[in-house]
Design a protein around this ligand. Structure first.
Ligand code: PSU
Ligand code: MN
Length: 308
């Protein structure tokens, strides 16, 4: 029977045995979110950022219909240059499996893999959410955050979205939104949105303690950590807004919807800002990888203490 099996790399397996903290990394950003060659460079830089902060990076992706956790450099390179590569959320697992296809996992797709592999910390750029122009387009990322108990580090939701509606959904689904060193929910390219987080925390240790308290209630939802883009690469909301509005309008006019919408918007905004938005996208991804690694270290220290 065609069951989805997980291949965990030797490095991750060995690391797990010796109690090394792990940070999962998604791969849609590599296959659909960024242009070549920046995509491969970024994937390598994120892995390095995780290592430099004391954890092991587990990039999640599908290769020839098999789910991989932890990719070799050769596999990363292959994925970054694949022509026929699917964008894989949870509902697409069976599709990639039966088509023996390659695929980049979205936030939701990556979280599903983490649930099976027991990985508790994950870094991405920006989560998906409720879209603006489309009459009904809600990312499966929100559903995953509502049901999979892990810590997800992002730079807020992508600014192309309806942020107030996205935050309302997270509240409805009991997903705490932690501002890392901020009271304001960051808007991906921008550090400000005018919207509140549900709690502000200032250190990785506090985030770990918070997550433990959250799960002690019996809730199975994720803890979403919103880490603002570094100051040097932040673009003010007022500067971004006209470009975002234009890209959303164009998508609407051209009838772009479904899985294509988010990649279209990101690429169009990168063009409109002459690459500036992409620089900020790269910076926030690395920043999130660093924070996620520090949180994973806190978590594994606590677990190792418990076992000792
Ligand atoms: N963050 C980025 N770039 C991306 C994404 C996140 O900096 O391309 C991806 C994530 O994989 C996220 C997906 O899950 O976009 C959301 O897609 P959709 O809106 O179709 O659910
Ligand atoms: Mn969608």
């Amino acid at each position: 029977m065609d069951t989805v099996t997980i291949t965990i790399s030797h490095e991750i397996r060995d690391g797990n045995r010796s109690g090394k903290p792990t940070v999962a990394l998604e791969s849609t950003v590599l296959t659909h979110g960024l242009p070549r060659p920046q995509n491969l460079q970024l994937a390598r830089d994120m892995e390095l950022a995780v290592r430099e902060n004391g954890a092991q990076p587990a990039t999640v992706a599908f290769l020839d219909g098999n789910l991989h956790i932890g990719l070799s450099d050769l596999e990363l390179e292959r994925l970054a240059n694949e022509q026929n590569v699917l964008k894989v959320g949870p509902r697409d697992y069976a599709t990639v499996k039966v088509k023996k296809a390659c695929g980049g996992t979205t936030v939701a797709g990556t979280m599903l893999a983490c649930r099976h592999a027991g990985i508790q910390v994950f870094a991405t750029g920006g989560i998906g959410g409720v879209h603006r122009e489309a009459p009904f387009d809600i990312s499966a990322d929100l559903q995953a955050l509502a049901t999979i108990p892990m810590i997800v580090v992002c730079a807020g939701a992508k600014a192309i979205l309806d942020l107030p509606a996205t935050l309302e959904y997270l509240e409805t689904m009991s997903v705490p939104v932690v501002g890392f060193g901020t009271d304001e929910f960051p808007a991906f390219y921008s550090r400000e949105s005018g919207l509140d987080v549900s709690v502000r925390l200032d250190t990785p240790q506090e985030i770990f303690d918070f997550a433990k308290a959250h799960w002690s209630t019996g809730l199975q939802s994720a803890v979403l950590v919103a880490n603002p883009v570094p100051l040097t690469e932040a673009i003010p909301n007022s500067e971004m807004e006209p470009f975002i509005a234009q890209a959303n309008r164009e998508a609407h006019e051209q009838g772009i919807h479904g899985q294509q919408l988010t990649p279209f918007l990101l690429q169009r905004i990168a063009e409109l800002t002459k690459g500036k938005s992409m620089q900020s996208n790269l910076a926030l991804l690395l920043n999130n990888a660093r924070l996620a690694a520090r949180i994973a270290v806190s978590l594994s220290m606590a677990q190792n203490r418990k076992q000792a």
